[in-house]
Write a protein that binds this ligand. Structure first.
Ligand code: ADP
Ligand code: MG
Length: 362
């Protein structure tokens, strides 16, 4: 099936600065796709090009089979929500929400009905006569969202819309947005630099670094099977070892890392014996044991235990390497200075090809 939204080799430069580099991104109708990456990685620029506020330097943008990169923004029928929600301060909630309908020439009676229905949907009907200054941050953001949805846009674009809210409200809004997306069957492009937000909400996540997609995958794929060092380190936390492939057999690679330690990792993609490689193990996958178990076993000394409320972060020193483990508090851990074995199964170890040298073709 043809994609609903397609960035087809889109590049955006400002002068000599390449902000988006040959982006190829396809989004299906009804999908919730997050653009996740550090500040400055080009996320907002991509959203602006889709909304029509910026234009690509090269490449094409397709929406439902039509090229749109030169279409003015008001003809693209996209609902847009930004971090600083910018409601009109002199208008009531109802007037704010009605604004896109008025702009589109919808009659007064019909506009009134649609505003009421939309405000009911986000449970704000009782606030319809208030002005933005009389609302909390969370309520204002819900009004902004309602205003972006009321004209039944083809696509909803959101740029860090929850960034200004406190943690509890942000998590609540994440679930609310996820519900709205499902109920209304919306196609959503959601920009965030918050990995847990992206993992919570998305069907798929595009991880950006310097204007390029490092990995486009489901939340599980991004977290459990990172394909680059950047993704492994940006999403969550990980123990990363540099090593060399020693042997490959039966779907398992043996990788020599520091000081004679060999780890075994399940193969997801072919690797070559003798090739440099990275092995990644998430801290919550490491089990600390008093005795060597099966699978991978690294002898360690506990160098620090950090209390984190629901778990302990345990720092471990092994032969020429350091590890971090997240340990459930019901599991007894050794005191600082004691010895243990850090164990993990080959299936919990992900192999990543090392970054190519700068300037080499990719
Ligand atoms: P993000 O949203 O991921 O933080 P942006 O898309 O806002 O990233 O910006 C990417 C890069 O492009 C940054 O280095 C930023 O300074 C630069 N940039 C963005 N807009 C402009 C502009 N209008 N003129 C020049 N540089 C810009
Ligand atoms: Mg931005």
């Amino acid at each position: 099936m043809a994609p609903f939204i397609h960035f087809d080799q889109v590049t955006k430069s400002y002068g000599t600065l390449k902000v988006v580099d040959r982006l190829d991104l396809q989004v299906a109708k009804g999908e919730f796709v997050s653009l996740l990456g550090p500040s400055g990685s080009g996320k907002t620029t991509i959203l602006m090009m889709l909304a029509g506020f910026e234009h690509p330097s090269h490449g094409a943008i397709w929406l439902d089979g039509t090229r749109i990169e030169n279409l003015p923004s008001h003809k693209r029928n996209m609902g847009v929500v930004f971090q600083n929600y910018a409601l009109f301060p002199h208008m009531t909630v109802a007037e704010n929400v009605a604004f896109p309908l008025v702009m589109r020439g919808v009659g007064k009676a019909e506009a009134g009905e649609r505003v009421t229905r939309a405000l009911d949907m986000v449970r704000l009907a009782h606030l319809k006569d208030r002005r933005p200054a009389q609302l909390s941050g969370g309520q204002q953001q819900r009004v902004a969202l309602t205003r972006a949805l009321v004209f039944e846009p083809t696509v909803v674009l959101m740029d860090e819309p929850l960034g200004a809210l406190d943690k509890q409200l942000r998590e609540h809004m994440q679930l609310e947005l996820r519900d709205l997306h499902r109920t209304l069957g919306l196609t959503v492009i959601f920009v965030t630099h918050d990995q847990s937000e992206a993992l919570t909400m998305s069907d798929r996540i595009a991880v950006f670094n310097h204007g390029r997609v490092e990995q486009l995958d489901t939340p599980e794929g991004i977290y459990d099977r990172p394909r680059t060092r950047f993704v492994a380190e940006f999403i969550g936390e990980t123990n990363l070892f540099e090593g060399v492939v020693q042997r490959v057999a039966d779907g398992i690679a043996e990788v020599a890392i520091a000081n004679g330690v060999v780890v075994r990792a399940a193969l997801l993609a072919p690797v070559e014996v003798g090739a440099p490689i990275l092995a990644s193990v998430r801290p919550e996958r490491l089990h600390l044991q008093g005795e060597a178990g099966t699978g991978n076993v690294i002898p360690v000394t506990v160098s620090d235990n950090v209390y984190q409320g629901d778990h302990l972060r345990t720092h471990l020193a092994g032969p020429g390497l350091e590890l971090v483990a997240k340990v459930q508090r019901r599991v007894p851990v050794g005191a600082v200075g004691s010895t243990a074995f850090a164990c993990f199964e080959p299936s919990e170890c992900t192999l990543i090809a090392p970054d190519k040298a700068p300037g080499s073709a990719s």
